[in-house]
Write a protein that binds this ligand. Structure first.
Ligand code: F6R
Length: 245
């Protein structure tokens, strides 16, 4: 089932989404959060930090598992997703770093790393709430458009459109890695709840395709139509082709 919350601003979107994550933490203090990087969830993480500092949220037993990491990126590299998570959430809440999981983009044997990451995910049990953004090509995590849905954690060649979109975090597009390790669609689809945050008009068309078009690996996010509990929190511009406004 798809629930849609439309907000006027990025801040309101972030507050609404943070409320959903916060409810999970309050009701289940040892919950497993599936986390995303990128621009979309930064405000949500900021809200969680505020609530933690205000004593409303306790992360001491929370476990997290991130969607993806660039291949070849050291955890301390300013562009790595591990570093992103530290700067935007982990370093500002009382989470135990040992309870946070991000794929190791520096692993010598990436196939082993993918298998290890799938084991980490299974050892945590089901993800309680999986935070997602969506790429302009319909990717979730870095599950890029393909002929088939990818089930397990895998190494992916990033599409040009993805590298162009992420170039804003680097000094030039050339510096954007060409590959990433990404969680596959099984772990995402097994999450009890999916929370997608989306803002901006540039995402309106792909959101329409993902939620109103056919379910196809050419638009990986379309698989979410088969998930029993998806909450989409977006601003008016992002939702403009999905909702009558
Ligand atoms: C990030 C991730 C990606 C992003 C997507 C949207 O970990 O897995 O799927 O969620 O590329 O990115 P933003 O939010 O920057 O538009």
């Amino acid at each position: 089932m798809l629930k849609i919350h439309m907000t006027d601003t990025y801040k309101a979107m972030s507050q609404k989404a943070a409320g959903i994550v916060a409810a999970n933490i309050v009701l289940k203090p040892d919950c497993v959060l599936g986390l995303a990087t990128g621009s979309s969830p930064i405000g949500l993480y900021r809200e969680l930090i505020t609530r933690c500092r205000a004593g409303e949220l306790d992360f001491c037993r929370v476990k997290t598992v991130n969607l993806d990491e660039y291949v070849g990126m050291a955890p301390e590299d300013p562009q790595s997703y591990r570093r992103f998570m530290r700067e935007n959430l982990f370093d500002h809440v009382n989470i135990d770093p040992a309870n946070t999981h991000v794929p190791n983009g520096l692993a010598e044997n990436l196939a082993d790393e993918c298998a290890r990451y799938d084991q980490v995910i299974s050892s945590l049990g089901r993800i309680d709430v999986q935070v997602l953004g969506i790429g302009h090509n319909g990717h979730i995590g870095f599950n890029e458009p393909a002929e088939e849905f990818s089930v397990n954690t895998h190494v992916v060649n990033l599409q040009e459109v993805t590298r162009q979109a992420n170039a804003r975090f680097f000094s030039s597009e050339d510096e954007v890695p060409r590959q990433a390790v990404t969680m596959g669609l099984r772990a995402i689809m097994q999450a009890r709840q999916i929370l997608m945050v989306v803002s901006g008009e540039s995402k309106a068309e792909i959101l329409r395709e993902a939620f109103m078009g056919p379910v196809t690996p050419r638009v990986p996010a379309s698989i979410l139509q088969m998930h029993p509990c998806v909450t989409l929190v977006g601003d008016r511009a992002a939702l403009s082709k999905l909702c009558d406004i």
